[in-house]
Design a protein around this ligand. Sequence first.
Ligand code: SF4
Length: 334
Amino acid sequence: MNRPLLEVMALKKHFPLRGGLFGGVTGQVYAVDGVTFSIEKGETLSLVGESGCGKSTVGKAILRLIDPTDGEVWLDGARIDKLSASQLRPLRRRLQVVFQDPFSSLNPRMRVRDIIAEPLRNFGLANGAAEIEDRVAKLMDTVRLPRDAMRRYPHEFSGGQRQRIGIARALAPGADLIICDEAVSALDVSVKAQIVNLLSDLQDELGLALLFISHDLAIVEHLTHRVAVMYLGKIVEIAERRSLFANPRHPYTRALLSAVPVPDPLAQRDRIILTGDVPSPINPPSGCRFHTRCPYVFDRCRTEEPLLRDVGDGQKTACHLDELPALRMLPQAA
Ligand code: SF4
């Protein structure tokens, strides 16, 4: 049986808190606390949740920009979370990233040609100036930028164009999986849509897999195959896009979805306003981590942690309740 392209198993990342007179460890930040998911070749999985829920930390741990505290990460059947930098190097070209801020992630002193050529040189994928120029020109075509733009510097481009350059750089080494970490969050609405469409086209053309990390469920709806919702370091729901948007089974997913604008101007949707702040990941709540904000909380939730369980059609949710009242989608009275 073919294994998924990416497998993340019980991944944890805890950051030690230091303090006191001697700077000893006084506690832990439980940023990611047992996250499991997989991504098939050519699939997009979106990891969504509020700021601080741990989703970007998951991305960094997969990329080995930080070392996981525990758990396993497998890329195409090879375990990568324990590899040294030199062991990881041949696999690293298959796993690339596009960050939120294209300006700070592109070297302002390098021309676009050299930015995109850098991974080609680093991984020994092109020889000689002519071949590199040719490969860069094709990548400019791929991300729908004019070829002559390769002679310019990052500051000469708009935010959306800079993000296209970042995508070209990620594609250059022949990536199978790109982690897009809030890659469109800083862009204007219309530019966001253009970059999402580009990623979707590239996925079809190149068979790319994407891990799309975002706080914005409205954006992922148009791009993703499946969605994993994170809250306070854990996945609370994971499902196919259609199932999640049509029938969210976790109260937190419902609250996030209730804030997504409805395209039909005559329709209205019950808005679920969560009260209270997201608790600190230094001292997460007992039982269900969402219990301090959940509108449906009952006694069991405060003491017993709900595990992710299958509720049909591959949808999994971590909630003790079997049924939730449906969200309202009613036509407005004339
Ligand atoms: Fe709410 Fe309880 Fe379900 Fe947690 S387990 S989401 S507190 S109903």
